[in-house]
Design a protein around this ligand. Structure first.
Ligand SMILES: Nc1nc2c(ncn2[C@@H]2O[C@H](COP(=O)(O)OP(=O)(O)OP(=O)(O)O)[C@@H](O)[C@H]2O)c(=O)[nH]1
Ligand SMILES: [Mg+2]
Length: 216
């Protein structure tokens, strides 16, 4: 099943390319909402199950392998990690993953509370990218996060990650399941983005979506 690529004007694609060609820097890791920086710029957050590829996607967007720390072991990112563009008022927020059953219970509780407080209470949060594994499609905890964002009227867009991994048949099934899951959701962007941080698929498309949020 092909995914539509939107007709972004060439100048929008070029603006996005330039935005992400300039350096992004790590600002801080926050374990409490009180640690967050002031609400002085547009924020875009990356949420999803542990190991879905949030940190890798931030690195792919910023054209580096070293900005956000990634790992084969789920539970790598344990704080709200803040990255900022050095040229534009844009902040990227890498979140701890949800659904990591092996972490100690008190840690899971702390992460879950931090994620939920941040997602529904941050006025400058312009969009949440909800990352879903392209091999499996949405799981119950992905749907719960979408429900919560719908209830809080926080705009989000689903990204299917690791598109280089599944067979075409499995990927098509994941696309169909995701499209069904986002249909009629009030806060969901209707278009799904398919990415591979490894191969670079979908990265220019996602950059353009994010760059447009700066203008809106
Ligand atoms: N093949 C492939 N592997 C990927 C891709 N994106 C991420 N990975 C791998 O998936 C694993 C997890 O990636 P991370 O970016 O650390 O995932 P995360 O969602 O930040 O994980 P947590 O911080 O633990 O929640 C790493 O081994 C990555 O190399 C992708 O597009 N393709
Ligand atoms: Mg991570």
């Amino acid at each position: 099943m092909p995914i539509d690529t939107p007709d972004f004007p060439p100048e929008a694609i070029e603006r996005a390319r330039l935005l992400f060609a300039r350096p992004f820097v790590f600002v801080k890791g926050c374990v409490r909402i009180a640690d967050l920086p002031p609400m002085d710029r547009v924020e875009v957050a990356f949420a999803g199950r542990s190991n879905v590829g949030k940190s890798s996607l931030i690195n792919a967007l910023c054209g580096t392998s070293a900005l956000a720390r990634t790992s084969n072991t789920p539970g790598r990112t344990q704080e709200l990690n803040i990255f900022e563009s050095t040229t534009e008022p844009l902040r990227l927020v890498d979140m701890p993953g949800y659904g990591f059953a092996k972490a100690p219970e008190d840690k899971v509780r702390a992460w879950t509370s931090l994620i939920h407080q941040y997602l529904i209470g941050r006025a400058t949060l312009r969009r949440v990218y909800v990352l879903v594994d392209g091999r499996h499609g949405p799981k119950d905890n992905d749907l719960s996060v979408m429900n919560e964002l719908d209830r809080a009227a926080v705009s989000y867009q689903v990204v299917l990650t690791k598109a280089d991994k599944p067979s075409r048949t499995d990927l098509d099934a994941a696309i169909r399941a995701t499209e069904t899951a986002i249909a009629k959701r009030p806060a969901a962007h209707p278009r799904l983005i398919l990415t591979s941080s490894l191969k670079g698929d979908g990265i220019a498309d996602l950059r353009t979506e994010i760059a447009q949020l700066l203008e809106g």
